[in-house]
Design a protein around this ligand. Structure first.
Ligand code: IDP
Length: 141
């Protein structure tokens, strides 16, 4: 399988719970490397831009309000099949439906506050990584 990069966000609910390290450990234990990372407070415009694909959805305003409710930890993960591996580690969007042992099953409360974001395909990963990290801030090894 090819070495890929994917964008991961630890959302405000998980940052507030002080579980950044526990979540990053799961990625590292699964063979993914953190090659860029930043704790940041998104502006409304940044959150709206990031989730622009969902702009017409009924939950868009709540999603943006939630994403700017506190700091988020944005990171680029690199490894074999990183995009799908990250999605598997995350679990389903709705934590009630997420498989046992996944990040969302263990750390998320609801479909709104669901602990993590992960790119869903190679094309979106490229766009999302570029959105948060200029190439010079990515450290492969
Ligand atoms: P994903 O994060 O699992 O890729 P998406 O369908 O891309 O899921 O949705 C983006 C985010 O929007 C979700 O993580 C969740 O926080 C929020 N969301 C998705 N569907 C709903 C919903 O039906 N109600 C409320 N929030 C939702």
């Amino acid at each position: 399988m090819a070495i890929e990069r994917t964008l991961s966000i630890i959302k405000p609910d998980a940052v507030a719970k002080n579980v950044i390290g526990q979540i990053v450990s799961r990625f590292e234990n699964a063979g993914l490397k953190v090659v860029a990372a930043r704790l940041t407070q998104l502006s409304r415009a940044e959150a709206e831009g990031f989730y622009a694909v969902h702009a017409a959805r009924p939950f868009f305003k709540d999603l943006v309000d939630f994403m700017i409710s506190g700091p988020v930890f944005v990171q680029v993960l690199e490894g074999e099949g990183a995009i799908l591996k990250n999605r598997d580690l995350m679990g389903a969007t709705d934590p009630k439906k997420a498989e046992k042992g996944t990040i969302r099953a263990d750390f998320a409360e609801s479909i709104d506050a669901n602990a993590v974001h992960g790119s869903d395909a190679a094309e979106t990963a490229a766009v999302e990584i570029a959105y948060f990290f200029p190439a010079l801030n990515v450290y492969s090894r």
